[in-house]
Write a protein that binds this ligand. Sequence first.
Ligand code: SF4
Length: 213
Amino acid sequence: MFKKNASVPALLKKLHAEYPSPECALVHESPLQLVVATILSAQCTDERVNKVTPALFKRYKTAKDFAESRPVELESLIRSTGFYHNKAKSIRGMAKLLVEKFGGHVPQLMSELLELPGVARKTANVVLGVAYKKAEGVVVDTHVMRLSNRLGLTGETTPEKIEKDLMKIIPREDWIWFSHAIIHHGRRVCKARNPACPDCPLLKLCPRNGVAV
Ligand code: SF4
């Protein structure tokens, strides 16, 4: 049952103290590399993606390179991230549109990012927040979904509705930071199975209060 968190400001303050400057775990050196890495991160760990991208980014350096890549070769380089056929299709389609419509550059508008194949709000928010430092929304991935529910920040279950709830209760200047902080906390403490509630620094501010989730 949904238990609303009655102390969001205190929760954010504690999160800030625990995770003052969390960073995006996907290794990248440009907005293009970040888009590709984020597409690859679907249904895959960031750790696995980071093992694949060095060789990938060495082989393909520009949007044109990705757009003109041979599907078989691209697929072989990203195979271990899973769903490689669809991911390769998205990457090639995304890169093709970048070349045809955006001069080979990753756009900085949410509406334009959402035109790119394989790019939904999560990826667009990652790119806008991390690469361009623009807070247009809140990244909602599997960790943010799980923890937002456990922490009583939303009772919703779809990423779109969860993002809307989070945007209402979290100050805009915290939108980019919040997702990274929550993702770190989800990986380290509030894991999907067996969350470490007794050791959790948020225990007193969590509506679950250590009760098994
Ligand atoms: S107290 Fe437990 S459920 Fe709440 S945030 Fe911490 S680990 Fe997650």
